[in-house]
Design a protein. Structure first.
Length: 85
């Protein structure tokens, strides 16, 4: 990967939003709870995207896929540092 694609704000553009800083100032328990909910939303949205794609509804699938991506980005931006696989 190039140096540009290794920067956190390129890989997760949500980090550049001012409101994310406010979320990061929440107490740790609230952030963990919110992160868990966002990850559940991400997983549910992915399932809806897959179902929509298989039922030949690409615009709906794209909507749910985008929801899943944003929920995941926000969850990772407020939670503990991610572990590399």
């Amino acid at each position: 990967m190039s140096a540009r694609s290794n920067r956190a704000e390129v890989r997760n553009p949500v980090l550049l939003l001012p409101a994310v800083q406010a979320l990061r100032r929440l107490d740790p328990e609230a952030r963990v709870a919110l992160q868990r909910l966002l990850l559940e939303i991400r997983d549910e949205a992915r399932l809806k995207a897959d179902k929509s794609w298989h039922t030949r509804k690409p615009p709906v699938a794209a909507y749910w896929a985008a929801c899943a991506v944003y929920a995941g980005h926000i969850a990772r931006s407020i939670g503990p540092a991610p572990r590399r696989r």
